[in-house]
Ligand binder design. Structure first.
Ligand code: BGC
Length: 377
C-alpha cells in the first residue's frame, strides 16, 4: 500500500516536471509562457480599427490618424466605419477577428452590443482598446483612451454661462441674474460619453436653474427627454422646431442652448433661423469637436463655443497602447477609477478638453496646426 502511494507520488512529480518544461517554452513550446507578446514577435501584425460613422468629420480624422500612425510602425490596418449601424459594426469586428487581428481599437456605436465579439476576441488572445467611447458590460475591454468626458460637460455648461454673461472669463460670477430662457440637448443614450457630458453640464447648471437665473422654459431637463439618438443633427433640428412651436409661440426668445456636439448645433441653428431668428441674434449655443463648419460658424458669430479635443493626441495614444501590447509591455494609463463599464473599471489614459470661442480659436486651433487659416475660410 505504502509503496504504491510513493510510486504514484513519483509519477505525479514527473508529470508535473514535464508539464512545466512544455509551458516553459522548451523546444516545440510557444516561447510565450505569460501570454504576453515579446518585442518584435508581432512585427507587421494586423490591427483592426472600428470607427462609428463618417457623417462627422472628427471620426474621419480619428480613423485616418490611427491608421497612418499604425502603418508608420509597420502594422497592417483594417479600418472600418459602421455607418452608425450597430449590426454593421458588429459584423466588422467579427471579420477583424476572423482575419487574425492581434489588437482591436474600437470606437463603438452602441457600447453594449459588442459583448459576444469581445468574448471571441478574448478567447483568441486579442486585446481590445476602447477608443473615445467606453464599451460597457464586458470584462474583455483591456484599455480605454478618451478625453475627460465629465469635464467636457462642465466646460460646455460653463461656456454657456460665460456666453450669457452670468460668469466671466475666469469663471467668477458677474452678478447678472437674467432670468435667461435656455433649452438643453444631450447626446445618444447608447454612447457612454453622453451621460458623462450631461452629468458634468447639469452639475454646473443646477445652481442657476434652482435659483431661477436659468429657466428651462420647456421643462425638459431629464436625460431621456433631451437625448438625441445616434447624435443625429436632423433629430436635434426637429426637436428645436418642436420646442419653438410648443414653448416659444408666445413670442419669447430662447437665449441659451446647451448642445453637446457641433453637428447638433448646426441642426439647432437651422431650426432657429428657419423660425425667424436673425443670424446676428441667435442664442448662446455650445458644441463639441471643433468641426470646421462650426468653427466657421463661431468666427461668423453664430455658434458661441465648441470643445476642442485634439484627436491627433488620442490617435497617437491608442496606437502607443496597441504597440505596447504587441511588444509585451503594459500600456501607461493615468486614470484607474473613473470608467467603470459595469463589469470592471477599465484602465484609462485621459486627455483634457479645451473650450474654443471666437477669442481663442486662432491660438488653439491654428497655432497648433489642427487647422490652417484656409481650412476655416
Ligand atoms: C464623442 C464626441 C462626439 C460624439 C458624436 C462622442 O462619443 O466623444 O466627441 O461629438 O460622440 O460623434
Amino acid at each position: 500500500m505504502k509503496t504504491r502511494k510513493v510510486l504514484i507520488g513519483i509519477a505525479a512529480v514527473g508529470l508535473a516536471f514535464s508539464l512545466a518544461a512544455c509551458s516553459g517554452g522548451g523546444r516545440g513550446g510557444t516561447g510565450n509562457d505569460s501570454g504576453a507578446a515579446k518585442a518584435g514577435s508581432n512585427k507587421g501584425a494586423l490591427v483592426g480599427v472600428a470607427m462609428p460613422t463618417k457623417t462627422s468629420e472628427r471620426w474621419i480624422k480619428d480613423g485616418d490618424a490611427v491608421k497612418a500612425d499604425l502603418e508608420k510602425l509597420g502594422y497592417k490596418v483594417d479600418l472600418e466605419y459602421g455607418d452608425d449601424k450597430i449590426p454593421q459594426q458588429v459584423q466588422q469586428v467579427s471579420n477583424m477577428i476572423t482575419k487574425g487581428a492581434k489588437v482591436l481599437i474600437i470606437a463603438s456605436i452602441d457600447g453594449t452590443a459588442l459583448s459576444d465579439q469581445l468574448d471571441d476576441a478574448a478567447k483568441a488572445g486579442i486585446k481590445v482598446i476602447a477608443y473615445d467611447r467606453l464599451i460597457n458590460g464586458s470584462k474583455n475591454v483591456d484599455y480605454y483612451t478618451t478625453f475627460d468626458n465629465y469635464k467636457v460637460g462642465v466646460d460646455q455648461a460653463t461656456s454657456l454661462l460665460t456666453g450669457l454673461g452670468i460668469v466671466d472669463k475666469d469663471g467668477k460670477e458677474t452678478g447678472k441674474k437674467g432670468p435667461f430662457n435656455v433649452e438643453l440637448f444631450a447626446g445618444s443614450p447608447d454612447d457612454n460619453n453622453a451621460t458623462f457630458f450631461y452629468n458634468g453640464a447639469m452639475a454646473t447648471l443646477k445652481k442657476y436653474i434652482d435659483d431661477g437665473t436659468l429657466v428651462v422654459k420647456s421643462g425638459q431637463t431629464g436625460f431621456t427627454q433631451i437625448a438625441t439618438l445616434r447624435w443625429d443633427p436632423a433629430t436635434a433640428q426637429k426637436r428645436m422646431q418642436n420646442l419653438i412651436a410648443s414653448t416659444y409661440s408666445d413670442g419669447t426668445k430662447v437665449q441659451g442652448i446647451l448642445s453637446p456636439y457641433d453637428g447638433l448645433s448646426i441642426g439647432i441653428i437651422s431650426a432657429l433661423t428657419g423660425a425667424g431668428y436673425a443670424t446676428t441674434a441667435l442664442p448662446v449655443i455650445t458644441g463639441q469637436d471643433a468641426e470646421a463648419a462650426s468653427v466657421k460658424s463661431i468666427i461668423a458669430g453664430q455658434q458661441y463655443s465648441t470643445i476642442y479635443k485634439d484627436t491627433r493626441k488620442l490617435g497617437t495614444e491608442a496606437v502607443k497602447m496597441a504597440d505596447d501590447i504587441l511588444n509585451g509591455k503594459t500600456p501607461e494609463v493615468n486614470d484607474t477609477k473613473s470608467y467603470d463599464n459595469k463589469v470592471k473599471v477599465v484602465p484609462t489614459f485621459l486627455f483634457q478638453p479645451t473650450v474654443v470661442t471666437k477669442d481663442n480659436y486662432k491660438s488653439v486651433l491654428i497655432d497648433s496646426g489642427y487647422y490652417t487659416e484656409a481650412d476655416l475660410k
